[in-house]
Design a protein around this ligand. Structure first.
Ligand SMILES: Cc1cc2nc3c(=O)[nH]c(=O)nc-3n(C[C@H](O)[C@H](O)[C@H](O)COP(=O)(O)OP(=O)(O)OC[C@H]3O[C@@H](n4cnc5c(N)ncnc54)[C@H](O)[C@@H]3O)c2cc1C
Length: 306
């Protein structure tokens, strides 16, 4: 049981310096000068709580919200590019994301409360590395890639290789910065869906978030392929690869959908938790939500193709 003490903020908010760089090189320069003791700040909805809880104590904060051009969503040359400062509100309201990355728009609209969605950014959400984060799971099913820059140069990391363990990613925001997240828009034969089970509608952490991208030939009643993002069901955001394989060129039948949904539940690795329920219950939820997501994906393809 929690002691009364643990409900009290153990520390006052404190840092020595606060910077507002106007460009990416300037932000990286400041990080370099502080040699791992300064941290990037975007919306602050995760970071400020961590500082207040005494989990981290950076000497300086580098507020990147004044750097121009990092809050854009574009579609160019068949690629959707999302700037790191794009907020969850922007994602949920963008007509482009609603049409061409529906699961991401749905995931963002389910996150937190309006205030959190107005402040919280997509880069902050992925860098925080929570296994059930609401924009991470759809981005995982969309096969997103992440551009990361540091003083040493630029690299691109597929989101499937981005997470190391809960709260830890390949990005060290005391030295490097996410500058872009990008992926292909949904093709004609694709639809996508995000579903979330939580205890109540507002401000509840998810028991499970599922995102699917369904590709099917509706005339031949056959799946082409299905991609599934799941969380939190393991230490990091999770793709059930064996379940995904079961859809490859398979007929569009109840048996295939139910069989693959069961396989996803077997592959997941949820543990019994006071907040989210027993392991058995959580596996049941995985099977149910994956099945529901696939069926909704098929319905959307039926609407799309008349
Ligand atoms: C009340 C409340 C409810 C919430 N509900 C949900 C929810 O339902 N679902 C959910 O998924 N999340 C939820 N969150 C978590 C949070 O809002 C999101 O993770 C948010 O997207 C974080 O973005 P931010 O801009 O606020 O990040 P910040 O707090 O500014 O930063 C978070 C981390 O990312 C790093 N960072 C930020 N930008 C960059 C960048 N461009 N490059 C490299 N590193 C960077 C920071 O250094 C820090 O380590 C909730 C938070 C609160 C306080």
């Amino acid at each position: 049981m929690r002691s009364k003490q643990s409900l009290v903020w153990p520390k006052r908010l404190h840092w020595d310096k606060y910077f507002r760089p106007q460009s990416i090189p300037e932000a990286l320069q400041i990080l370099g000068e502080f040699q791992g003791k300064a941290k990037l700040l975007a919306g602050g909805t995760d970071l400020i709580l961590q500082i207040r809880n005494g989990e981290i104590a950076p000497k300086a904060l580098v507020d990147i919200t004044r750097i121009p051009g990092l809050d854009q969503i574009t579609l160019e040359g068949g690629v959707i590019r999302i700037g790191p400062l794009v907020t969850h509100t922007q994602l949920s309201q963008s007509p482009l994301i609603r049409e061409k990355a529906t699961a991401l728009s749905e995931g963002a609209s389910q996150l937190g409360s309006p205030q959190i969605r107005n402040l919280g950014t997509v880069a902050g959400n992925i860098v925080s590395g929570q296994p059930g984060a609401d924009t991470t799971i759809p981005l995982l099913s969309l096969d997103a890639k992440v551009k990361v820059v540091s003083k040493q140069g630029e690299r691109t990391v597929p989101l499937t290789e981005f997470f190391l363990s809960t709260g830890k990613t390949v990005v060290d925001s005391m030295r490097e910065m996410v500058t872009e997240i990008y992926f292909s828009p949904l093709a004609e034969d694709e639809s996508s869906v995000s579903l979330r089970l939580a205890k109540r509608k507002a401000l509840a952490l998810p028991i499970l978030t599922v995102s699917v991208v369904v590709s099917a030939n509706m005339k031949q009643r056959k799946f082409n392929r299905v991609k599934i993002g799941l969380g939190p069901v393991a230490l990091i955001p999770f793709r059930p690869r064996e379940a995904e394989q079961m859809f490859a060129s398979a007929p569009l039948t109840d048996k295939v959908i139910k069989g693959a949904a069961r396989k996803a539940a077997q592959e997941a690795n949820p543990r019994t938790s006071l907040l989210r329920g027993s392991e058995t219950y959580r596996r049941e939820v995985v099977a149910n939500l994956v099945e529901r997501g696939i069926r909704q994906g098929i319905e959307r393809l039926e609407v799309k193709h008349g």
